[in-house]
Design a protein around this ligand. Structure first.
Ligand SMILES: [Zn+2]
Length: 256
């Protein structure tokens, strides 16, 4: 492969233009007529597109192109009959020794690049056939919103004392050195989570003999049945003696 792919485009011509794609490991096209040589593909690879459909690779070959900078030969191009677009693999270009420079209006393929003068803002790494921006880079970019309140929410409403320990001892990757833990911030989610019911009022009326009053409660169906196959439980409590009966039932109708 040689050359530079730079053209001023107003629309994409899917017949002739190749879409430069850093997410594919091979050049791809569905158009058999574009190949200068073609042979049956011997592997069993398939292409999975963004909507999760799988397309078989049928052939593999060479596509010869010409760009503004000269001839461009693509080798090991996959012929995938179902593909409507032609994809130009960044991975393949990098493997062939090129540096690929994406800019706001163009993408350049650089040969013999030794140094590009620029301030490096972010660096993604190649993992197998994909270029990946790591998760920690993502966290770094989110730091404009660093506050104790936001990190309390991000960490599933962890207690402030624990959050402080995490920050001070750097226990969590990506967690910044937070400060101002005692600024009086009250998180509504934490408050609801810690809230509990008040105890019941004392009962004023009490029974004076056994079996005068019996309370019953039927629970179920439980997610998991008992060994005997019961999924309901009926509890009867005698108010005077507090004697308790428990019945396990397979069907709710057994209560009657
Ligand atoms: Zn909270």
């Amino acid at each position: 492969m040689t050359g530079t792919c730079v053209r001023a485009l107003s629309t994409v011509d899917y017949q002739d233009d190749w879409i430069v794609d850093s997410g594919c490991g091979h050049h791809l096209t569905g158009n058999e007529s574009k190949f200068s040589s073609l042979r049956t593909f011997s592997g069993n690879e398939a292409i999975i597109t963004a909507n999760d459909t799988v397309h078989a690779v049928e052939n593999e070959g060479v596509v010869s192109l010409s760009s503004d900078k000269g001839p461009l030969t693509l080798r090991s191009v996959y012929h995938v009959p179902d593909m409507k677009k032609k994809l130009f693999s960044v991975t393949y270009a990098v493997d062939a020794g090129y540096h690929v420079l994406f800019g706001p209006t163009e993408v350049k393929f650089l040969r013999n690049a030794s140094a590009v003068k620029a301030d490096v803002a972010h660096v993604g790494k190649m993992v197998r056939d994909l270029f990946v921006l790591s998760t920690s880079s993502y966290v770094d970019r989110m730091r404009v919103n660093d506050s104790v309140a936001i990190w309390n929410e991000r960490l599933r409403h962890v207690g402030m004392d624990k959050l402080k320990v995490m920050a001070v001892k750097s226990l969590v990757k990506g967690l910044p050195k937070l400060s101002s833990f005692g600024d009086g911030h009250v998180c509504a989610g934490c408050q609801y989570g810690k809230a509990h019911r008040l105890p019941f009022d004392k009962l004023l009326i009490r029974c004076k003999a056994p079996l005068e009053c019996i309370y019953g409660d039927l629970t179920g169906p439980t997610v998991t049945a008992s060994l005997g196959g019961s999924r309901y439980m009926l509890v009867l409590i005698d108010d005077y003696t507090k004697y308790t009966w428990v019945y396990f039932m397979k069907e709710k109708s057994e209560a009657f």
